[in-house]
Write a protein that binds this ligand. Sequence first.
Ligand code: PMP
Length: 285
Amino acid sequence: MALQVYIDGQLYDKENAKISVYDHGLLYGDGVFEGMRSYSGKVFRLQQHLDRLWDSAKAIALAIPITQAAMAQAVNDTLQVNGIRDGYIRLVVTRGAGTLGLDPNRTSNPQVIIITDHVSLYPREFYEQGLEIVTASTTRNHPAALNPRIKSLNYLNNILAKLEGMKAGCIEALMLNHKGEVAECTGDNIFLVRGGQLLTPPTDAGILEGITRAAVMELATGAGILVRELSLSRHDVYVADECFLTGSAAEVIPVVKVDNRPIGQGTPGPVTRDLMRRFHELARS
Ligand code: PMP
């Protein structure tokens, strides 16, 4: 059976899962989304993802036409129909089809889309040997222009930075904010280890408040590691003992080189490896 995609309460074969070309999600990137993982049939931190989706929607004055409970049920049903236990889930809510003008008031029927698929992970060697990343020259969106806390369908800012990373042969790129501080990577949050402490940029550095980020902060605190959210510069990255990224798809992944400079010993460090193991256990518990 073809993979089933949920759109507005109905399931469609993947090839027939379609949205209007007048949808403002397509025309203007006017909509919001989430990316989640399921482990052994259970969605990791589903409620947190739903809360973030609802917050993103609220921030762009988009009313999601179903309840959180109905969304949760639809997610689980779609996973089950597709027989996916360890997978990736993409939730999308668009503004709906409208006129060619920007006016969101002239749209109707926000589309609720649930895609469940097999997860495509970063290659195993990156987890064992660590990633190499570069700093993109594209600045992360200014929070007063389009707040990175909103997981909106307009991801061009991240895509432009990703293109720079890929041109340098890297699968991720570091993004700085408008003040030149470390913000996050194109689809992952960033952490540093320095003197046994875990450091990560605060929300007001202009980042997405990652669900994996929050889980890792809890795990580190539980393990007796001091976690500090503070403004970080590229200097802090270069002199860190360890560096790693977090994201729903990536989980916890070590970074061993930034802008061609080895971080710490140039291999995944002990704190990173410990948190990778703890996260793996938490997600699969
Ligand atoms: N930052 C950005 C820009 C992202 O798109 C994502 C999600 N892919 C993350 C960070 C990580 O967030 P989460 O842990 O909730 O997946």
